[in-house]
Write a protein that binds this ligand. Structure first.
Ligand code: M6R
Length: 611
C-alpha cells in the first residue's frame, strides 16, 4: 500500500519520478506527490489529491522542472482522507519525506511534538515521522544519527525516502517491514517500493535490509549499518524487462495479464519438471520434511487464499495428506495449534502482504516448516520462508490478480503430484499424465479459451443492469466460484456471492427471484448430475443461469441453463484452473460493460502492506 520512489543523478527528476509513480500507482491512487531539488528554487514540493493525472496537470502548469534528484509517493489513504494536505511528501523547510507503511505510535508522538510547538498541516502518521526527524536534526551531529534516532522512536512499518534541504542531490532511505529496493544505473541511483518502477532506467538492484541506511548520492548508492559502517553487497539483476510494465496494445493491464497466462504457466512449471515428472528439489524444498508432514496448512489472503483452496482439493485427492486453508488475518489471532510435524505453505503474489507475513512468522515461531509460493523475487515472504518456490508470472500490475492465481494453482497442482509421489500415493503413470496435463494441456486450453474472448464477452450481457448475482459449484467448483466472485466484485462493484451449490437450499435460495443471474460451474464431471439438480432448483425460482462446464456429457446441463460455455477437453484435475481464466475474462468484460476502472478499482491497492 502506497508506493515510494526516489532518484539521483538523472536529467529530469520530475519526469523520472512521475513516470515511476505511474508504474507504482497500482499500490494506491488516492493522491500523489513529489519533492525535488530545483536547481534555482531549492527544495520544492508538489502534490495533489486524486490519481497521478492530477499531479501531472499541476506540474505541467509549472513548466520545466530543473532537478536531478527527488522523491515521490502514491498514496493509499490510511490516516486521513485523500486530500491535498494529506498527500505526501510531508515535512518542514529542512526535511521532506515519503512513507510506505503505518506508524502505529503516531498519536503519542504527535502529542509530544505539539507540546514542543510543532504545527501539523495534515492528519497523517507520516507527518509525525517527518517533523520528529526535523526535531532530531537539532539533537544529532549527522543525518545518519538523526535517522537512527528516528527509527528508534517509531513503531509500526515503514519505508522512508528522505530529502534534506541542506544536502542537495542526496536521498536517504531506511525501512522496517515495508519493502524497499535500491537501483543503480550509469551515474544514476534510485529507490523504489517495487522494481517495476525503475526498469526503464536499470535492472541492477539490491534490497535494503532492516537496520541499514542507504544514501543515494553522485549517482551511486552507499549502504551502511546504523553505526555508519559501509556494507558491501553485490548487485542483483532483475530478469523482468520494461515491456512487462507497458500495456503493449492492450486496453488494460488486467486484459494483458490474462493473455500472459499460457506463457506464465510454462515458465513457472518447466523448471520443476525433469524427465516428465515433477521435481521441486532445485527449489530447496526439504523432501524429507514433507514426507513426514502430518498436515499441510495453507496461509494466504484474497486471491492467493482461493488458490490454496484449489490446492487443498488437489493435494487431498492425489496425496491423501490432510490440508487446511487459513485466511492469514484470522489465523494469527486464533492462537493456532502448530507443531514441527506441520508444513505451512504461504501463498503470495507480492510476498509483502502484511497479514501473510505476520502469520508466517508465527508459524515459524511454533516450529512449522514454511514453504512459500511467491511471485516477487527477494520479497519479505520469500526471504523469511524455509524454502521458496517462485512463480514466474512476471510483474502483475492490475489490482485484480489474474495470472498470479493461474500460476499459483498450476504450480501447487504440480507440487501436489510431487507430494503424492513422495508419500507413495500416486503411480508413475498417473504422475506423468498429470504433469503432461499441467505443462502441455493447461497452457493449450488457456490459449483456446483466450481465442474465444468474444463468446465470453457476449455472456456478460445479462450483467449490465443487475445488482447482485450468485456463483455456485461443488467441491473444486465451489473453490473457483469463490475466486470468480471476488474478481467480479472487486472490479465491477456488483455484489456477488459464491456458494457451494448443495448448500444454497439451506437458506440462501430465498434470495433467488425472477431474473437473478446465477453462474453455475461444473468442471467436476462426476458431480454433473448433482449440479444439474441444483441448477434446476434455482431455475425453478426464476434464476437466469449461465453455466460453465468441462468434461463429460453436457447436453443435460445445456437444457436446464440459459447459456452454456463448454471448456476445452482437459484432465479433470486441471480443468478448474482453466475455468478460472474464463471467469477472469468474464469479470473483465463485465467491468468494461459497466464502465468501471478495471485496473484501479475504488478503495483497493495491489499490495496490502498494512494489517
Ligand atoms: O500479494 P498477495 O498475493 O499476498 O495478495 C493477496 C491479496 O491481497 C490479493 O490476492 C487480492 O485479493 C487481489 N486484489 C485480488 O484480485
Amino acid at each position: 500500500m502506497c508506493g515510494i520512489i526516489g532518484c539521483t543523478g538523472v536529467e529530469n527528476a520530475g519526469e523520472v519520478l512521475v513516470s515511476g509513480l505511474r508504474t507504482l500507482e497500482y499500490r494506491g491512487y488516492d493522491s500523489a506527490g513529489i519533492a525535488y531539488f530545483d536547481k534555482e528554487k531549492g527544495l520544492s514540493v508538489q502534490k495533489a489529491a486524486g490519481k497521478i493525472r492530477a499531479l501531472e496537470e499541476k506540474l505541467s502548469a509549472l513548466g520545466e522542472i530543473k532537478a536531478s534528484s527527488g522523491i515521490g509517493h502514491t498514496r493509499w489513504a490510511t490516516h486521513g482522507a485523500p486530500t491535498d494536505a494529506n498527500s505526501h511528501p510531508h515535512g518542514s523547510a529542512r526535511v521532506q519525506l515519503v512513507h510506505n507503511g503505518i506508524i502505529e505510535n503516531y498519536a503519542e508522538l504527535r502529542a509530544e511534538l505539539l507540546g514542543l510547538g510543532y504545527v501539523f498541516s495534515s492528519e497523517t502518521d507520516t507527518e509525525v515521522a517527518a517533523l520528529l526527524l526535523d526535531r532530531l536534526l537539532d539533537a544529532y551531529a549527522s543525518k545518519r544519527e538523526a535517522i537512527v534516532a528516528l527509527t528508534g522512536r517509531l513503531t509500526g512499518s515503514y519505508a522512508l525516502g528522505i530529502l534534506f534541504a541542506d544536502e542537495p542531490d542526496t536521498v536517504y532511505a531506511v525501512r522496517r517491514g515495508s519493502p524497499l529496493m535500491l537501483g543503480v544505473g550509469e551515474g544514476k541511483s534510485f529507490l523504489t517500493s517495487d522494481l517495476t518502477a525503475i526498469l526503464t532506467h536499470t535492472r541492477d538492484y539490491l534490497v535494503l535490509e532492516e537496520g541499514e541506511i542507504a544514501v543515494l548520492r553522485d549517482g551511486g548508492v552507499l549502504v551502511m549499518k546504523e553505526d555508519g559502517t559501509p556494507i558491501e553487497r553485490p548487485l542483483k539483476r532483475a530478469d523482468w524487462d520494461a515491456r512487462a510494465v507497458r500495456l503493449e496494445g492492450h486496453a488494460h493491464f488486467m486484459h494483458k495479464e490474462i493473455f500472459e497466462e499460457p506463457t506464465a504457466i510454462v515458465s513457472t512449471l518447466r523448471p520443476r519438471v525433469a524427465g516428465g515428472l515433477p521435481d521441486f528439489s532445485p527449489d530447496g524444498v526439504d523432501a524429507e520434511r514433507l514426507r513426514r508432514a502430518e498436515r499441510i496448512v495453507f496461509i494466504a489472503c484474497g486471491t492467493a487464499y482461493h488458490a490454496s483452496l484449489l490446492a487443498r482439493r488437489m493435494i487431498e485427492r492425489e496425496a491423501r495428506i490432510p490440508v487446511e486453508c487459513e485466511i492469514a488475518s484470522e489465523f494469527r489471532y486464533r492462537d493456532p495449534i502448530l507443531s514441527e510435524r506441520d508444513v505451512v505453505v504461504c501463498v503470495s503474489q507480492s510476498g509483502e502482504t502484511a497479514d501473510t507475513l505476520a502469520a508466517l512468522r508465527l508459524a515459524k515461531e511454533r516450529g512449522a516448516y514454511v514453504v512459500s509460493i511467491v511471485n516477487v523475487v527477494g520479497s519479505s515472504v520469500a526471504r523469511e520462508s524455509d524454502a521458496v518456490i517462485y512463480t514466474h508470472a512476471g510483474p502483475e500490475i492490475a489490482v485484480a490478480s489474474t495470472k498470479a492465481y493461474t500460476v499459483q494453482t498450476a504450480i501447487l497442482s504440480l507440487f501436489a503430484v510431487w507430494l503424492a509421489r513422495l508419500v507413495g500415493k500416486c503411480s508413475e503413470a498417473r504422475a506423468r499424465e498429470l504433469t503432461e496435463a499441467l505443462t502441455v494441456g493447461l497452457p493449450g486450453a488457456v490459449r483456446e479459451i483466450l481465442a474465444r474472448e468474444e463468446e465470453i464477452k457476449a455472456l456478460t450481457a445479462p450483467l449490465s443492469d443487475v445488482s447482485y448475482l450468485f456463483y455456485i459449484g461443488r467441491c473444486a467448483d465451489a473453490d473457483i466460484a469463490a475466486e470468480a466472485s471476488l474478481k467480479l466484485k472487486e472490479i465491477t462493484y456488483l455484489h456477488s456471492e459464491a456458494y457451494a451449490a448443495g448448500e444454497l437450499k439451506h437458506g440462501t435460495i430465498s434470495l433467488i427471484e425472477q431474473g437473478t443471474p446465477v453462474i453455475a460451474l461444473s468442471t467436476e464431471a462426476e458431480l454433473r448430475e448433482k449440479m444439474i439438480a441444483n441448477v434446476k432448483e434455482v431455475a425453478a425460482r426464476g434464476a437466469r443461469v449461465t453455466a460453465f462446464a468441462a468434461g463429460g456429457e453436457t447436453a443435460h446441463l445445456a437444457e436446464v441453463s440459459d447459456d452454456l460455455f463448454v471448456l476445452p477437453e482437459l484432465d479433470a484435475s486441471v480443468a478448474p484452473i482453466a475455468a478460472v481464466t474464463v471467469l477472469q475474462m468474464f469479470a473483465y468484460h463485465a467491468a468494461v460493460l459497466r464502465g468501471c476502472d478495471v485496473d484501479q478499482p475504488r478503495n483497493l491497492a495491489k499490495s496490502v502492506t498494512v494489517e
